[in-house]
Ligand binder design. Structure first.
Ligand code: PBG
Length: 329
């Protein structure tokens, strides 16, 4: 006796597979992270991120025009800050003429319709490579939140559409929201890195920005006192709920592939859009395996970003965005 239902019927041809396909990735889903450096004519490949670059402002302009043509309409900006401008408090982060502030203006001038999001955290500006200010041998939460509010305001003044706090301090979403409301930036949104885990997948990113934590006092060279413990699940839901209550417009889970269980749970409980960050280490792994000829780069890339969307991502921040857009048009 054959079964009444033969599931293979819906897989017999490309036409029927397309018809019943549940998850379709498009360029609209992506947020493109971009690394910016000082200088002119600079396009430096990041050693641990093959085919990914740091751009000086002139070439950033070219790059965002290209992204726009590919249907990629949102960027997430990061800057590599010269060592001589780093301190404990991230003073340079609020320089109205700082690299980030100029980068925002550059993108907006080049492609006015492009959505510009900015990373808000002190690590690229910190001599210690930490996301917060160090006081008495600890990462000081509230002093850091004050600095993040000023940083966010400075990005808004430069023309950012969204700020994206990636620091994991407590209370920063509420305080940044209030800062925006009190300064006539009601329309500047917040994409909160809500469930951001202390992950070893961030290594290549820290190479890109030269922002890895260094030895200082008794503070460990990791971010485990503020980023989340990857053994935990409920904590992700609590962080997300609180960020939504505090006014986050978009919440994020980070990293991506190892955390798809969290993505699904966050998606199920969240009434705001959910972003997922497929981080630098995830990018590096596939590039390395493909270079060795061990994996089919494009096929695995599409499988991965589709899995992220299927898990519940409304938005995917990924270094593969341009490759995907080129491939699927
Ligand atoms: C900065 C920040 C990090 C990433 C995004 N924003 C690094 C970190 O927290 O150490 C990681 C992104 C990636 O690995 O691609 N706070």
């Amino acid at each position: 006796m054959y079964p009444l239902r033969r599931n293979r019927r819906l897989r017999t041809s490309q036409a029927i597979r397309s018809l019943v396909c549940e998850t379709i990735v498009t360029p609209d889903d992506f947020l493109v992270p971009l690394f910016v450096v000082e200088g002119k004519g600079v396009k430096e490949e990041i050693a641990s991120m093959p085919n990914y670059y740091r751009y000086s402002l002139d070439l950033l302009e070219k790059e965002v025009k290209e992204l726009w043509k590919l249907g990629l309409k949102s960027v997430l900006l990061f800057v590599k800050v010269p060592d001589n401008l780093k301190d404990n408090k991230g003073t340079e982060a609020v320089n109205p003429n700082g690299l980030m502030q100029r980068a925002i203006k550059t993108v907006k001038n080049a492609v006015p319709q492009m959505l510009v999001m900015t990373d808000v955290a002190l690590d690229p500006y910190s001599v210690y490579g930490h996301d917060g200010i160090i006081e008495n041998g600890q990462i000081a939460n509230d002093a850091t939140v004050d600095a993040l509010c000023q940083m966010s305001l400075s990005h808004a003044q430069a023309g950012a559409d969204f700020v994206a706090p990636s620091d994991m301090m407590d209370g920063r979403i509420l305080n940044i929201r209030e800062t925006m409301e009190n300064n006539d930036f009601q329309n500047v949104g917040i994409m909160s890195y809500s469930a951001k885990y202390a992950s070893s997948f961030y290594g290549p990113f820290r190479d890109a920005l030269d922002s890895a934590p260094v030895d200082v006092q008794d503070i460990p060279k990791d971010k485990k006192t503020y980023q989340m413990d990857y053994h935990n699940r409920l904590e992700a839901l609590r962080e997300t709920r609180m960020d939504i209550e505090e006014g986050a417009d978009i919440v994020m889970v980070k990293p991506g592939l190892c955390y798809l269980d969290i993505v699904r749970e966050v998606k199920n409980m969240s009434e705001v859009p959910v972003a997922v960050y497929q981080v630098s280490g995830e990018y590096a792994m596939l590039k390395a395996a493909a270079e060795k000829g061990w994996l089919n780069h494009d096929a695995v890339m599409l499988e991965q970003v589709t899995a992220i969307k299927r898990a519940g991502a409304d938005i995917i921040a990924s270094y593969f965005a341009k490759d995907v857009a080129k491939l699927i048009g």
